[in-house]
Design a protein around this ligand. Sequence first.
Ligand code: NAP
Length: 295
Amino acid sequence: MDEKPRIGMVGAGKVGSVLARLSVQVGYTVSAVSSLHRASAEKLAAETGASVVSSAVETAALADLILLTVPDDAIAQVAGQVAQVSLAGKAVVHTAGALDTGVLQAAAKAGAMVGSWHPAQAFAAANRAGLTGVAFAVETGDARLREWLLNLTAAFGGRPLMIPPGGKVVYHAALVFVSNYTVGLYAVAGRLLTGLGLDDASVAAALNPLLTGTVTNIQQYGIPDALTGPLTRGDAGTVAAHLQALGDCDERLQALYKLLAQVTLPVAMAKEPDRDFEPLGAILDERNDHADQRA
Ligand SMILES: NC(=O)c1ccc[n+]([C@@H]2O[C@H](COP(=O)([O-])OP(=O)(O)OC[C@H]3O[C@@H](n4cnc5c(N)ncnc54)[C@H](OP(=O)(O)O)[C@@H]3O)[C@@H](O)[C@H]2O)c1
């Protein structure tokens, strides 16, 4: 039977707002919302038909599935607050990427089923319309809660990901590479182009279609075939020129470029197995770094 628990939200920020709105859209009841500031809770409650309550423990009293969508550092403390009442038959779940269920220990002691349910998506604002196709890392030792979370994931059109015990930190680090550090690398590229005198519109014109095209290539061709550029061509001279120019403007960027090239070179080698990569390998050889430092 597709059992639909009443959902209580603690934390009416970006993730909490999107999950609560979607839950209502797919036929769940969001029964109560609380947040640090009442105004946030009131806004989300108005959008979802939920009751506004003033504490996590009141949220827990009105819900079966209590979602803690608060900052990571607040999760253990809020779990302690909801654990002031018996939580038998209820579930307490957080949505943090790098934390496992250990952070909900207090709620587990109060009888709750505990779990984590992490949408692998970047919520830059609270207005994301849907989560179709998004992976949700589901982690719980409780069969009933697993079913609740799998049903919700399916109702959102998401895809469940089972992370092995102890794997959440590495899982989250992987997502940070592809999401947050893409933004960081975009910012680096933007700074370099701004340094050449390009205005913001020109920077966006140069980078945005390139970024979109790269993502499309990854989706269409996968790794290694999506890789283009001097590494795949074995253009050692171009890579040497990049390193020289970056060293002239910012040594940290030179080091970053070199490290990225070192970890990307095996992808180029996989794509072009018959190409001679020795000249590139020599430029990127870590042992040369130490030789440089000794010189
Ligand atoms: N943002 C993402 O891309 C993303 C993606 C996946 C998972 N997550 C995870 O989702 C969780 C929430 O992240 P978020 O980005 O939605 O954060 P957020 O936008 O900053 O929202 C956090 C909310 O928690 C409320 N809050 C803070 N401390 C609280 C407390 N002690 N008691 C009750 N409510 C409290 C805040 O209240 P007020 O608004 O009332 O001040 C805010 O509404 C985190 O665990 C995060 O790791 C985030």
